[in-house]
Write a protein that binds this ligand. Structure first.
Ligand SMILES: [Zn+2]
Length: 136
């Protein structure tokens, strides 16, 4: 029991160890229900995050952001009584991806690059990121 409690409490402290660095996706190893209760949702969210990442790499920011937003709201479908911490973990990961996209766009639209083409994507990223932070 003691070991299990420790594991639960370490979620926010040690978030990094719960993710697969290669994909920055969610690899949940600590869940009240050993991950069975949120398995389907987790697979769906991971899939959307991977799609988002692929779109991002292709500089398709608009659709990349849309995928993340969709994944973010999937976390609200998780059972709040059993997977509240899982939902928080998902949301913080998705928000971090969103911050990366936002930072990328910021570079593209300011200073040296100043590519006007990405201005609307940057504005979208700013709005969505703000929205995420209000919900989290
Ligand atoms: Zn869970």
């Amino acid at each position: 029991m003691k070991g299990k409690m420790k594991k639960l409490f370490s979620i926010s402290e040690n978030e990094g160890m719960y993710f697969d660095d290669k994909h920055e996706c969610i690899e949940l190893v600590s869940c009240h229900f050993d991950g069975t209760n949120c398995m389907a949702q987790r697979a769906l969210i991971n899939k959307k995050m991977l799609t988002s990442r692929r779109l991002w790499l292709n500089k398709n920011y608009e659709h990349s952001i849309a995928e993340l937003k969709s994944a973010f709201y999937n976390t609200e479908e998780l059972d709040q009584s059993t997977c509240l911490q899982c939902a928080q973990l998902f949301r913080s990961t998705i928000t971090r991806s969103m911050e990366n996209i936002h930072g990328d766009l910021q570079k593209m639209t300011t200073g040296l690059f100043n590519i006007e083409h990405y201005q609307s994507d940057y504005e979208l990223a700013t709005i969505v990121l703000k929205e995420f932070k209000e919900v989290s």
